[in-house]
Design a protein. Structure first.
Lengths: 377, 377
């Protein structure tokens, strides 16, 4: 029985992780659930899964929940991550709030399944150093990184390239000149994946793919120049590894996040789950691939450039993007203002190439202010 | 330095294996080379690679070679397979002559790279029992089985299906009614692979794919009903594994036999080899898949049926097919006589479901006579 803390349990990944827990009552047990401000859903989850601990951001929500389920105790997410009774911490929050609990879980030598890409993008060197010094291998949850992980099982270090597949997001077929006027509603219509709002917008800009490259760089300890992207609109091949001998391995499945989530929870086993769709390749007929049109996706180039510069630049990238996407979703800026504002923050930033956790958090705060000022100024 | 015995060194696989040896002079060394009757090529190989031992079938050829290279000594293939100075035996002969040396190599606890599929098809239970009792893992050389092997590295036993890809061979686009009159020259024009003559004809009938299913059944200890075929005319995806959780892994490369040959020689390492082509998936554009039209390929159904019956039936299948393909290549029977003669032999055969090596060899001899009699009678 694997005992779980799920941070971000009311989000898209968290809810799907609980579907997996529901499917394997004899193998997975929830000890702690943390969310932000979705009290009604947290209440349902607590009543169904009976965790020992919960977390919600607002004091009023916590009191409300405890009135209804007094046996479930409040605990801050960071403390959940190091509970002695927890085996595996699923960090499924979005944005920088995942960083603290990730470091806490690694410090407590827990298994860590990481769905929060910002933790690795903004502080990859710090997080992977913490994993290494505690003897922990991070389990990726992103479909692309799960694919790479699966392809690398049993392999040595003779890796020529990692090939991240990109669906191209909501606007892959839109004429470039229309992008200035697309709406948040349009950006949220992803062609193949149902995900959270921020990551769906990041998919439309390909910022998400750029961040995934930085994430892969740290997860698999591969130089960034050996990580490439390839367009694959169907999201069936989730990524590929080319080895030194020219052999390529790929991982495929129907696009359903429950599969990589389950693998991160079941590893090193694989569990049969009839709820998960099976891939019928003969029926799919063809798998299409093509080069990524970098000119169409300025955020991708910005992410790779921030990754090459290293230090505090990736933190600035993440923070600026998070603020800019928030402004776009709130209808306050246009779609093309996202790369413009991120670029401006990166250009103005005076970074260091060796960054402490303090430097990273300071750069994060600076970039957020910078974007908000630039957008409203 | 890995020291090799290559049985079948003048054939297609043997010659390509020597290209790999040539590319890695510091890692591979040839100790023994065996061939049939290609004296001129064996002479070249002996002069280039300086093996300690050679083998040729005809006494006259042996004397001829020893006159020119007196320091290279004759040794029968079976004895090469158990030489103390040999680390790995590559069995790259075609037909039943590979069986004896394979068993000899396993008995001597050598690494065995098996390109000869007949050994496993006709005597899979005996060969795998010998491998198991000697603690040896057979390294497949066939591109499909190498793909499955690579996909299974680091995985447990939670396998839902093995999916063998089939190019469809030379006649995949020919109207069925024309197949009776196709010529050997046409059958030898494989659309994607350059291989030996027998296996190329077996590819056109899909007998090869059926035999591969039986081979996979033994190599990976999987029930035959979990092995399926999928049409993939481009021969870029070499096979796939579907796991219990619905995740699918595939191995891809440009169609070049040197890659799986090298992997069988380099395993557990992967070696960079600039002679091998790299796959450019974005340039390939699309990978096409479709169901296998079983009605078009009676040999495939015959092979699977022989596999289900087990015992001596697969040996009858192999022997009958080898004779029938020989007759077809000699212009003595038509293309559609191949399944007809194999079917006849399987129908007339009175097999046992537990077969000793003696039973297998007797069934082999019986089936050959049966086919020759039926073809000339």
């Amino acid at each position: 029985m694997k005992k779980l803390a799920i941070l971000g349990s009311t989000g898209s990944i968290g809810r799907q992780a609980l579907e997996i827990v529901r499917a394997f009552p004899g193998r997975l047990k929830v000890v702690a659930l943390a969310a932000g401000n979705n009290l009604p859903l947290m209440l349902e989850q607590v009543q169904e899964f009976h965790p020992v601990f919960f977390s919600l951001e607002a004091e009023a929500d916590r009191k409300n929940l405890q009135l209804q389920v007094p046996e479930c105790k409040y605990l801050p997410p960071q403390e959940m991550a190091s509970l002695p009774e927890v085996d595996l911490v699923l960090v499924a929050t979005s944005g920088k709030v995942g960083l603290g609990p990730t470091l806490a879980a690694l410090g407590a030598k827990k298994q860590v399944a990481l769905a929060n890409k910002e933790a690795l993008v903004m502080a990859g060197e710090i997080v992977t150093a913490a994993a290494k010094s505690n003897g922990i291998t991070l389990f990726p949850v992103d479909s692309e990184h799960s694919a790479l992980w699966q392809c690398l099982l049993g392999e040595g270090r003779e890796i020529a390239r990692l090939l991240l597949t990109a669906s191209g997001g909501a606007f892959r077929d839109r004429p470039l000149e229309e992008l200035a006027s697309v709406t948040p509603q349009e950006a949220l219509r992803h062609p193949t994946w149902h995900m959270g709002r921020k990551v769906t917008v990041d998919s439309a800009t390909l910022m998400n793919k750029g961040m995934e490259a930085l994430e892969a760089r740290w997860l698999f300890d591969i130089p960034l120049d050996r990580i490439e992207m390839i367009m694959h609109p169907q999201s069936i091949v989730h990524s590929l590894v080319e080895f030194a001998d020219g052999s390529v391995k790929a991982q495929l499945s129907s696009p359903d996040m429950r599969l990589p989530i389950q693998f991160a929870l079941s590893y090193p086993e694989r569990w049969e789950n009839r709820d998960l769709p099976k891939l019928d390749l003969a029926q799919a007929g063809s798998l299409h691939f093509g080069p990524v049109d970098v000119g169409r996706y300025p955020c991708l180039a910005l992410a790779l450039e921030a990754g090459r510069r290293g230090g505090t630049y990736p933190a600035v990238l993440c923070a600026a993007d998070e603020e800019a996407v928030g402004l776009f979703l709130a209808g306050k800026i246009g779609f093309l203002d996202i790369p413009r504002l991120v670029n401006k923050a990166l250009t103005l930033h005076k970074g260091t190439d060796q960054a402490t956790l303090y430097d990273v958090l300071a750069a994060d705060a600076w970039a957020r202010e910078e974007v908000l000022a630039a957008a409203t100024g």
